[in-house]
Design a protein around this ligand. Structure first.
Ligand code: R5P
Length: 348
C-alpha cells in the first residue's frame, strides 16, 4: 500500500493545466537559463512561446514575441545571473525589454519569474550615499510593466515591499530538506545544522526543526572597506565529531561558506556539507570549494551552473527547482494557493 503524501510532497507533484487554462498562457524564456524554463514548461504541460532576439553591433538588444500575446497571461522566466558571456545587467535588460514588449502587445497580465533576484544583497543603506539596489531593480521591473513577481529565496524577503503588487516568494527548502533527510537518516546522532551568519539564523532554525536536529549559529562580519574580507570572531560550538550542514541563500565567491567550513573543521567537525539555493559560483568559488574541507555541495538549478560539475565532480549535487517553480506558476495561473505549498512559511 502506498503511504499518503505529506503536504510538502503533494506540492511537488506535477500540476498540469487543462487545455482551456493553457490557452490563456504564454510562457516565455529569457536567454540566460533556457533549460530551467523548458523544465518548468514540461512540469506544467505547456510549451515555451517563441521569442525572437538579436543584438545590435553596439551590443544593444532586441526582442519580439513570435506569436500574439494579446489577452494572454505572459510568464517571463529569466534567471538574473551571468551566463554564456552575458552579464547580470544584460539579463536584466533583456527582461526589461521582454516586459515592455508584452505590455505594448496587450498582454492581459505579466508575471516576471526571476528565480534568482539580482542585486538583492544591497537591501539597505549600510553607509551614506549608497543606493538600495534591491529596491531599485524591483521598481524598474514594475516601471516596465510587471504585474506580479515570483522569486525563490530572496536574500531579504522583506525587499518584496519595494513592489506594489503581488509578489510570490518561493522556497527551495522542501527540495533541500528531502535531500538532507536521506543523509540525516544515515548519520542521525551526529548531524547538526549551522547558520554561517546572522542573516541565515531563522532559516537554519527552520531546517533544524524540519529535520528534528540541533542548530548552531556562527558569527560573521565583513571588512567595511573590502566586503570580500570575512572576519570570523572566535567560535565555540559543540561541533566536535559532528556532521555539519551549513545553509546559505547563495554561494557567490564561496568566501562565507569556505571560511565557516574551515572554522568548523578547526573546531573538530567530522564532515561538512554545504547547501544553498543559488549557486552563482563567481570566480574563485569553485576552486575555493574544491580545495576546502567540504564533503558535499548541494545547490538547486535556479541559475545555470556551467563549469561547476567539471570542477567539483561528485561532491556537487544539483536539485532541480522546476517542480517548485512550475507548481507555483500553475497555482498562480489557476488562482490557487502558493502559500499552501510551504505551509504558509514562505516568509523567511
Ligand atoms: C550574505 O549575507 C549572503 O547570505 C551570502 O552569505 C553571501 O552573499 C555569499 O557570498 P560569498 O559566497 O561571496 O561569501
Amino acid at each position: 500500500m502506498e503511504l499518503p503524501l505529506q503536504e510538502d510532497e503533494q506540492s511537488m507533484q506535477s500540476l498540469k493545466l487543462s487545455l482551456k487554462q493553457r490557452q490563456g498562457i504564454y510562457l516565455a524564456s529569457g536567454s540566460t537559463h533556457p533549460k530551467l524554463a523548458e523544465d518548468i514548461a514540461t512540469f506544467m504541460g505547456l510549451e515555451l512561446g517563441l521569442v525572437e532576439r538579436k543584438q545590435f553591433p553596439n551590443t544593444e538588444q532586441y526582442v519580439r514575441y513570435g506569436n500574439s500575446v494579446r489577452g494572454q497571461h505572459v510568464f517571463i522566466i529569466q534567471a538574473l545571473a551571468a551566463s554564456n558571456g552575458c552579464s547580470v545587467n544584460d539579463s536584466l535588460m533583456e527582461l526589461m525589454l521582454m516586459i515592455d514588449a508584452a505590455r505594448r502587445s496587450s498582454a492581459r497580465e505579466i508575471t516576471v519569474v526571476a528565480p534568482y533576484m539580482a542585486y538583492s544583497r544591497q537591501d539597505r543603506k549600510a553607509r551614506g550615499r549608497e543606493p538600495i539596489s534591491a529596491a531599485a531593480v524591483i521598481q524598474m521591473l514594475q516601471g516596465a510593466g510587471a504585474d506580479r513577481l515570483v522569486s525563490v529565496d530572496m536574500h531579504s524577503p522583506q525587499t518584496q515591499a519595494a513592489f506594489y503588487g503581488p509578489f510570490d516568494h518561493l522556497m527551495a527548502e522542501p527540495l533541500l530538506t528531502e535531500a538532507l533527510k536521506v543523509r540525516v537518516k544515515a548519520d542521525l546522532s551526529s548531524f547538526i545544522v549551522v547558520s554561517p551568519d546572522g542573516g541565515r539564523a531563522k532559516v537554519a532554525e527552520d531546517y533544524a526543526g524540519k529535520l528534528n536536529i540541533e542548530v548552531v549559529h556562527m558569527p560573521k562580519s565583513r571588512d567595511v572597506n573590502d566586503s570580500s574580507k570575512i572576519i570570523r570572531p572566535d567560535f565555540i560550538g559543540e561541533v566536535e565529531g559532528r556532521t555539519c550542514f551549513l545553509i546559505d541563500d547563495m554561494i557567490d565567491t564561496a568566501g562565507t561558506l569556505v571560511s565557516a567550513a574551515k572554522t568548523l573543521k578547526d573546531s573538530g567537525a567530522r564532515r561538512i556539507i554545504v547547501g544553498a539555493t543559488h549557486g552563482l559560483f563567481s570566480f574563485p568559488a569553485l576552486e575555493r570549494l574544491r580545495d576546502a574541507p567540504i564533503d558535499e555541495v548541494i545547490v538547486t538549478d535556479t541559475v545555470p551552473l556551467e563549469d561547476a560539475q567539471k570542477i567539483l565532480g561528485n561532491r556537487l549535487f544539483v536539485l532541480p527547482s522546476a517542480s517548485v517553480i512550475g507548481r507555483a506558476l500553475s497555482e498562480i495561473a489557476t488562482n490557487g494557493s502558493v502559500s499552501k505549498m510551504f505551509n504558509d512559511r514562505n516568509n523567511r
